[in-house]
Design a protein around this ligand. Structure first.
Ligand SMILES: O=P(O)(O)OC[C@H]1O[C@H](OP(=O)(O)OP(=O)(O)O)[C@H](O)[C@@H]1O
Ligand SMILES: O=c1cc[nH]c(=O)[nH]1
Ligand SMILES: [Mg+2]
Length: 212
């Protein structure tokens, strides 16, 4: 498994504003969208391509197109939805599948409450988007789901990760070069309630309001 923390002043600045508890929801959504495009630039470095002939006004040349089967983007509902549009803007031929998962905040068990994915993911490169990697329970469960369906590789794009979550992914997929993690920031740890610290709070609530 490859882990990449994107070290760039634009990313660091946007993450800092996201962390600020006074940043309102509309700005939080806009920054999330902007960050995805910066992270996706790194995360898609190995997206499969094929040569394609193109006529410029001057000459014929060989360019690059996304190869088939087309990549699949999977936002983990709810917070991952905030990262979807940024991804599909960059990879317009991508298909989108959905996984709805929520942490039971008392037991930290993962509840899968929705699933809309192609039945057969054989040969597919999958890009999972979810802003927070805390204990790692949600991502480990998602990756299991996708490999069970036959996915070729899974690249997870997160805004903020806790070392505990990265360690849990390493435990499950350390030797697996089909798994790739790209994050904007690796934080200090988890609070006793399993929130990332310093983190940014509950990403779903900050994007979309309280879950109640
Ligand atoms: O690494 P973990 O400990 O599993 O926690 C991370 C998960 O928690 C958040 O979702 P949440 O369960 O709050 O659902 P939401 O997106 O609906 O708010 C976040 O978006 C991740 O999916
Ligand atoms: O800090 C955290 C941990 C899990 N989910 C969030 O949204 N934030
Ligand atoms: Mg939440």
């Amino acid at each position: 498994m490859r882990v990449q923390v994107v070290d760039h002043p634009l990313v660091a600045h946007k993450v800092t504003v996201l962390r600020d508890k006074n940043t309102p929801s509309p700005v939080f959504r806009q920054l999330t969208d902007e960050l995805v495009t910066l992270l996706a630039y790194e995360a898609t470095r190995e997206v499969r391509t094929e040569p394609i002939t193109v006529e410029t006004p001057v000459a014929t040349t060989v360019g690059t197109a996304f190869a088939k089967p087309t990549p699949l983007v999977v936002p983990i509902l709810r917070a991952g939805l905030g990262m979807l549009e940024g991804m599909t803007r960059l990879v317009p031929t991508a298909e989108v599948g959905f996984l709805g998962m929520a942490r039971n905040e008392e037991t930290l068990d993962i509840i899968t409450y929705a699933e809309r994915l192609p039945d057969d993911l054989t040969g597919r490169q999958v890009f999972v988007v979810d802003p927070m990697l805390a204990t790692g329970g949600t991502l480990v469960e998602s990756i299991k789901y996708l490999f069970n369906r036959g996915a070729d590789s899974v690249t997870c794009i997160c805004l903020i990760a806790a070392p505990e979550g990265v360690a849990r992914l390493e435990e499950a997929h350390g030797d697996d070069d089909r798994v790739h993690l790209v994050v904007a920031a690796l934080d200090d740890g988890l609070t006793p309630e399993a929130y990332i610290t310093p983190g940014l709070g509950d990403a779903g609530d900050r994007l979309y309001g309280l879950a109640e």
